[in-house]
Design a protein around this ligand. Structure first.
Ligand code: ZN
Length: 84
């Protein structure tokens, strides 16, 4: 049975009491979301992990924004992506 800890105070205190052990952990891209946090999960799935064409640095870009001009934080290479 799943409980939304954002609205269910009893479930939240239950998790705290259990020291948040045994709660589900989600791996989205390179991010680990521990526990049931729908807002954070939704935010993460709205983004796509891309790699710099030159140095393979990973960065996160929002999807559904059309073509984006991205500047790599590592090597400053600028390139365009259309994340979907
Ligand atoms: Zn780069």
């Amino acid at each position: 049975m799943e409980k939304d800890i954002n609205v269910d105070e009893q479930a939240r205190s239950e998790l705290i009491k259990r020291n948040v052990r045994g709660v589900p952990a989600f791996l989205i891209g390179d991010d680990i979301v521990v526990g049931f946090d729908p807002a954070k999960i939704l935010k993460l799935v709205d983004h796509r992990l891309i790699e710099c064409e030159k140095c393979r640095t990973k960065m996160r870009v929002p999807i559904d924004k059309g073509t984006l001009k991205v500047t790599c934080p590592n090597c400053k290479h600028t390139f365009e992506v259309t994340p979907r």
